[in-house]
Design a protein around this ligand. Structure first.
Ligand SMILES: [Mg+2]
Length: 280
């Protein structure tokens, strides 16, 4: 299959509802992305539901909605589905309730972890303390190098003493758009660095559990509040997370050229149905 060039506004009539990635589609660090205000307005005018499905675990849905409002995007908190919201389900299924968890991320990231039943610890407050879990939620909210050094040290010390450490990455994104033409590393990259560092000493150590896109859980969570038979279009800017995740969830996908550029020969799981320059 080869993706077809399209304009978002021409796709509104084709679907019953829309899932939007946030960074690189609706917003970037510089503000609102081209066409986003008009795209949201067009979906509203058509009377169709939308959800923002974001790997961002650094903001609560309320704070994400407030941020959207500041750049002119009227999106309600209950229309925002984040990878931070997946922490609770993972803690429950992995039996981590009550675990001492070092959280690399913002205050909201720690709030997600605390609400999930973890005893949260910051890099600054860790000291020589022991941890049972490490969560890489975001690149912000802590001193980056000190934070990953503290996490590496705590994980290796635990393994040296025969204890396990649960490694959890709510946001699998490696990079994000900081602004026009500017990229940055985020939580998934921190997880890769940590895992590589831990395995230098403990080659067989278990790796990270990744919660957000492309895993199906976030799409399942978004669908719980949408009509069950709705034909949904996922609009994203990263082949490995947004587009592959949509395919795995059985959804059509549109790639907004941004972090990822379309290349012939991509694996079948990465093939979007549509190619968009932006949301116009
Ligand atoms: Mg994105």
């Amino acid at each position: 299959m080869v993706p077809a060039p399209a304009r978002f506004l021409d796709l509104v009539d084709r679907y019953d509802g829309f899932l939007f990635d946030a960074y690189g589609v609706l917003v970037d660090a510089g503000g609102v992305c081209p066409g986003a205000v008009g795209a949201i307005a067009a979906v509203r005018t058509a009377g169709k539901p939308l959800r923002v499905v974001t790997n961002d675990a650094s903001r609560s849905p309320q704070n994400a909605a407030a941020r959207f409002a500041r750049v002119g995007l009227p999106i309600a908190a209950d229309e925002v589905v984040t990878s931070g919201q997946l922490i609770a389900g993972h803690v429950a299924t992995a039996g981590l309730a009550g675990a001492r968890a070092l959280v690399l991320g913002t205050d909201d990231a720690r709030a997600y972890a605390a609400a999930a039943g973890l005893k949260t610890i910051t890099p600054a407050s860790l000291g020589d303390g022991d941890v049972d879990a490490i969560l890489t939620c975001d690149d912000a909210g802590f001193a980056l190098l000190e934070g990953i050094n503290a996490a590496l040290t705590a994980a290796v010390r635990a393994l040296d003493h025969g204890r396990t450490v649960a490694l959890v990455c709510p946001n699998p994104d490696l990079t994000y758009p900081r602004g026009p033409g500017a990229l940055g590393f985020t939580a998934g990259a921190l997880a890769m660095i940590l895992e590589a560092g831990i395995r230098r000493r403990h080659p067989g150590a278990p790796g990270f559990a990744y919660l957000g896109k492309p895993a199906p859980a976030i799409f399942e969570l978004a669908r719980t509040s949408l009509p069950p038979a709705a034909r949904l279009l996922m609009v994203g800017d990263q082949l490995e997370t947004d587009i592959a995740g949509a395919g795995g969830a059985g959804l059509d996908a549109a790639l907004v050229t941004g972090i990822s550029r379309w290349r012939d020969g991509e694996p079948a799981a990465h093939v979007p149905r549509w190619l968009l320059d932006d949301l116009t």
